[in-house]
Design a protein around this ligand. Structure first.
Ligand code: ADP
Ligand code: MG
Length: 397
């Protein structure tokens, strides 16, 4: 689960990390008052969307020369004008994809003078199952580009959970960032603070880009991107409350309400599968036969008819779906329940694309009978390979 920059900064502030003072506004009329509460004489007006690259992004239907999603203002009136211009518009950045994201919140914060822009991030390194630090002198740009063009400018190391974080980790970051004197001390403290927040809040990633050095030699977190482990959200009511559902894929949101493991993808074949392993295998075999899956969907072991119906509705609501493959191994899940769910869903939402169903396991005969008797135009698959070939053929011809 991701949160907005202003929310991430509030968490950092609570942990004692250096961030600027700022105010969030939802309406343009609030902008002037909000800006007036800050010191000035420089303000920065920042579009809040769950994507980076806002500064270099552009709004849809932008006027010639119009700025992106991070803008400087030299008066409260100018801050208000920027907020007014951005709210409700769609901002396109390298991270949003061409569709962009609608801006519904604006963060107005104190403008900082910048001597240097650095990069610092913490994330879970899956290879070592440890928290890893990533630091670079090349702040303010995408770390993917730095990794590609000048990998030698990136320092990464992981923290052994048994011994934890020590001051020397902070010094290692400081030296990699070319910090000196008092800045080293500030960096050691910041590294500790970020690590503590990361662990305590069950974060998945925490990216400060840029971390700046001000002309008077102080460190400040100028941007903050925070992601949390979805499986740990249940123990952080404060974090759960920060969820902004308008930022999420509506299909994934609907799926989460029904406790379905669903991830939207770019392909054309919708998949309904039980078990994560079988779902992965199904996606693989669709690719093997020359098509792309439109989603990952694991309906789980003990899915009810309602859950299956909901899953089917989510798949058919995706305009990219040109065919559906239902692939169920009935272990705990019974094939007849799946069959009833599919039929109930088709009755409710209709079926305009080819549907291949492969059932195996508990109550398979009953399941097949239910589908055969339904009068639905369903193509039966005998096994995984057969079913995949049939749906690919039905879609691609
Ligand atoms: P994004 O990464 O989405 O483009 P950032 O918050 O990193 O958004 O802002 C982009 C750039 O704008 C930063 O690299 C920095 O140069 C500038 N910037 C952001 N916030 C401030 C601020 N409070 N004061 C001065 N400059 C800022
Ligand atoms: Mg940034």
């Amino acid at each position: 689960m991701n949160i907005h920059e202003y929310q991430a900064k509030a968490i950092l502030r609570a942990y004692g990390a250096p961030v600027s003072d700022g105010r969030v506004v939802l309406k343009a009329e609030e902008a002037k008052t909000a800006a007036g509460e800050l010191d000035g004489p420089l303000w920065v007006v920042k579009a809040q969307i769950h994507a980076g690259g806002r500064g270099k992004g552009h709004f849809k239907e932008a006027e010639a020369g119009e700025k992106g999603g991070v803008r400087l203002a030299r008066s409260v009136e100018e801050a208000e004008a920027h907020a007014k211009q951005m709210l409700g518009r769609t901002l396109v950045t390298v991270q949003t994809g061409p569709a962009g994201k609608q801006v519904n919140r604006i963060y107005i914060e104190d403008g900082s003078d910048i001597a240097r822009e650095l990069y610092l991030a913490l994330l879970i390194d899956r290879k070592t199952s440890r928290i890893s630090f990533v630091a670079s002198t090349e702040g303010g740009m995408s770390i993917e580009d730095v990794a590609h063009d000048t990998p030698e400018k990136i320092l990464t190391f992981t923290i052994d959970p048994a011994t934890g974080l020590s001051d020397f980790h902070g010094r290692r970051v400081a030296f990699a960032l070319g910090l000196e004197g008092n800045q080293v001390k500030q960096c050691v403290a910041l590294v500790k603070t970020l690590y503590k927040a990361f662990v305590e809040k069950d974060m998945e990633m925490l990216e400060i880009n840029p971390l700046i050095v001000t002309p008077d030699g102080n460190l400040k977190c100028l941007d903050a991107k925070m992601g949390f482990d979805g499986n740990a959200i249940y123990r952080h009511a404060d974090i759960a409350a920060l969820r902004d559902e308008t930022e999420e894929d509506p299909k994934e949101l609907a799926a989460s309400k029904f406790d379905l493991n669903y991830i939207a993808l770019d392909g054309e074949i919708g998949c309904m599968v039980n078990g994560a392993g079988l779902a992965m295998a199904t996606m693989d075999i669709i690719k093997l036969y020359g098509a792309e899956p439109a989603n990952f969907l694991d309906v789980g072991g003990g899915a009810t008819k309602e859950k299956v119906t909901e899953a089917f509705k989510i798949i058919t609501s995706d305009p990219n779906v040109k065919g559906i493959l239902v692939n169920i191994f009935g272990g705990i899940m019974r094939c007849d329940v799946i069959a009833e769910g599919v039929i109930a869903a088709v009755k409710e939402v209709g079926l305009t694309v080819p549907l291949v169903v492969r059932l195996e396991g508990t109550n398979v005969e009953l399941g097949k009978e239910i589908i055969n008797k339904s009068g639905l135009n369903v193509i039966a698959g005998d096994n995984l390979a057969d079913a995949a070939q049939k749906i690919v053929k039905a879609v691609k011809g």
